[in-house]
Design a protein around this ligand. Structure first.
Ligand SMILES: *Cc1c(COP(=O)(O)O)cnc(C)c1O
Length: 366
């Protein structure tokens, strides 16, 4: 690792003095976790920013997803229809809740779950659909909702990639029964580590609250079995600080994104994924598909860039369904599109502050 190396992402940092100033009050109050003042303030600010009715902060995105699933108390062994074209966390959250993932294929156009292939996977054991707004590409929420209503299923979105995105003029967290966000250091918006559950009802907010705080309801009263998944005050303050600069961060990413578009759209053998006109973009990722016609394979480009100190990533390869821990364990489903995408995808570096001359260098390096 050299200092001049370019990684696929880099954490946005608020101005140093500002964060240091902001955490000073913690040395007076000595209150550094347990739903302190900043947790409260950040929860409120974030619910407003994301334009959602209910939001509960958590220690990370993965735990948020585990707790949402857990909050529904699905019978052990129930089936959850999900996508294999995602970060391993999505599938882990299902399996760690003792449920069975049923992998549904994705669309070649944008990598999101193929709504036309959901119904054929529904059985009497199906309880939920768990799609991912992969790379911030919004799923076909209308079709998914309709299927869910018809069969009485819950819809839980993994919106870890979709921070701040609006769809049909509404915050993305308003779709489905619940969504989770990740504020991990590598995401568009971060709290170092952190996440949130967003949901429609205060009743569900309460359930998540209990699950994230041991079910404690007073010094001598515990009413349900819960975990510990609270966000601490240092993270909440990092969130408050970063939220002030989120527009700047996204604008910087947009400039990078547009430069890549200028240099790569129309390059023979390089295909880009579609992006719905009904949504805004957070420019979280820059995925390219290296088709056979390019003359070099995805893996050759990956190696070539690495040699030049540029570190793209093969997200998401392998598919979660093909990982050692899950392979051949669950219902066998044709997932040809997901396999193709996974074999041809490469994510180029994009982050706040990536210089345009570096974008040019990257695009010219393969
Ligand atoms: C990052 C991510 C998660 C997990 O979030 P953490 O905050 O890292 O726990 C889950 N799903 C997807 C799609 C992600 O990208």
């Amino acid at each position: 690792m050299k200092n001049s190396d370019i990684y696929v992402t880099r954490s946005s940092m608020p101005p140093y003095e500002e964060y240091i100033e902001a955490i000073k009050p913690l040395w007076d109050s000595h209150w550094i976790t347990n739903m302190g003042a900043y947790h409260k303030q950040f929860e409120k600010e974030l619910a407003e920013y994301l334009d959602v009715p209910e939001l509960s902060l958590t220690v990370n995105g993965h735990t948020a997803l585990e707790l949402v699933i857990q909050s529904y108390n699905f019978p052990e062994g129930s089936e959850v229809i999900t996508t294999p074209f995602t970060f391993i966390s999505t599938t882990h959250a299902i399996v760690r809740n003792r449920l069975q993932p049923v992998f549904c294929d994705v669309k070649m156009s944008d990598g999101t779950m193929d709504e036309m292939k959901i119904e054929e996977q529904i059985t009497e054991k199906t309880v939920a659909i768990l799609p991912v707004h992969v790379y911030g590409h919004v799923c076909n929420t209308e079709a998914i909702d309709e299927i869910a209503r018809k069969y009485g299923l819950k819809v839980i979105y993994d919106a870890a990639h979709a921070f701040g995105i609006q769809y049909h003029g509404k915050g993305i967290g308003n779709y489905g029964d619940a969504s989770i966000f990740s504020f991990h250091a590598t995401k568009v918006f971060h709290t170092i580590e952190g996440g949130a559950v967003v949901c429609r009802t205060h009743e569900m907010y309460q359930k998540i609250y209990d699950l994230k705080n041991f079910g404690i309801h007073g010094e001598e009263l515990v009413t349900s079995v819960g975990a510990n998944a609270k966000m601490n005050e240092f993270s909440a303050i990092m969130g408050i600080c970063n939220l002030k600069y989120i527009d700047r961060a996204i604008a910087s990413r947009k400039a990078v994104f547009e430069k890549y578009q200028e240099l790569l759209v129309g390059r023979p053998g390089i295909r880009l994924l579609d992006h719905s006109a009904d949504q805004t973009n957070n420019y979280a990722y820059y995925p390219i598909l290296v088709e056979d016609a390019y003359g070099k394979t995805r893996d050759e480009i990956y190696a070539e860039l690495k040699r030049k100190g540029i570190h793209p990533r093969k997200y998401f390869y392998p598919l979660t369904a093909d990982q050692a821990c899950f392979k051949n364990r669950y219902k066998k489903v044709e997932i040809c599109n997901a396999r193709w995408l996974s074999a041809h995808i490469l994510l180029l570096p994009i982050y706040e502050g990536l210089e345009i001359k570096d974008v040019e260098r990257i695009a010219e390096s393969f």
